[in-house]
Write a protein that binds this ligand. Structure first.
Ligand code: 5GP
Ligand code: ZN
Length: 112
């Protein structure tokens, strides 16, 4: 499987594993956009959020719950931002569903 995040999930490409369950993994973004910038992925390959079905709703719920847990572990007491870039217009560059968790800086809205 020629997918970067599948390789990271499988351990073929090493990362700092900040949070891990049988189905989820969190690791630092290689090009952080905030002092804390963590990526959370399902280990199973889904090309994007738009490629999931309603049957995956429990998985997506656990992905969000994991983001909350990592935010607590990272002590993001001042708040944080969760982003799921989806497709070309959404700015998605890696074709494996991932959630960005950003914190430790104030972020305006709308994003630039
Ligand atoms: P997207 O633009 O698809 O929402 O986010 C992809 C993210 O993956 C980017 O923030 C990028 O910095 C990150 N990224 C790309 N390649 C690697 C890598 O090899 N390792 C890690 N840890 N992050 C990566
Ligand atoms: Zn993948």
């Amino acid at each position: 499987m020629d997918c970067l995040f599948c390789k990271i999930a499988a351990g073929t490409i090493p990362v700092t594993r900040l949070y891990e369950t049988d189905e989820l993994l969190a690791f630092p973004d290689i090009n952080p956009q905030a002092p804390v910038h963590v990526l959370l992925i399902p280990k199973a390959h889904h090309a994007s959020l738009a490629h999931t079905s309603p049957a995956e709703a429990p998985l997506l719920g656990r992905l969000l719950a994991a983001a909350i847990e990592v935010a607590r572990e990272q002590k993001l007491d001042g708040g944080y931002r969760v982003v799921i870039n989806t497709g070309d217009d959404g700015g998605q560059t890696v074709g494996h569903l991932h959630l960005h968790l950003l914190g430790k800086r104030h972020m305006g809205w709308p994003p630039g």
